[in-house]
Design a protein around this ligand. Structure first.
Ligand SMILES: [Ca+2]
Length: 121
């Protein structure tokens, strides 16, 4: 199943790259993935935070046990709540702040557990 997942991921990546090249060369402006995501993040800053949370989930695993992870989830929720308050206000927040708080939230509230034999942690 891991091999199938890798094939699906590579297929999706190849399709996305192919589509993005097509979107770039055809005459409509602002239709590449990068342009659409940037425009979306300017309209909805939570999108930037969500990308950060996904990065924290994917690339910052935790070896903590379940009860510790539950405490971390609470802490991650607090960070997310602080982010939500930021979004609710009319603040001009730098995207780096949103990305970093998202990454921390993704790590604390939604971490993967490293598999035995890996060096991640
Ligand atoms: Ca285009």
């Amino acid at each position: 199943m891991i091999k199938t997942t890798k094939i699906v991921l590579l297929g999706l990546l190849a399709a996305m790259i192919g589509y993005d090249v097509f979107a770039y060369v055809e005459p409509t402006d602002g239709d590449t993935f990068s342009e659409v995501i940037l425009a979306g993040s300017e309209k909805w800053p939570a999108l930037t935070w969500a990308f950060g949370a996904f990065v924290g989930h994917l690339f910052w695993p935790s070896e903590a046990d379940r009860s510790t992870k539950a405490k971390f989830a609470g802490l991650g929720g607090l960070v997310a709540g602080a982010g939500a308050l930021t979004f609710a206000g009319d603040f001009d927040v730098h995207p780096l702040v949103l990305l970093v708080t998202g990454i921390v939230s993704g790590h604390l509230a939604w971490p993967q557990t490293p598999k035995a034999g890996t060096d991640a942690g």
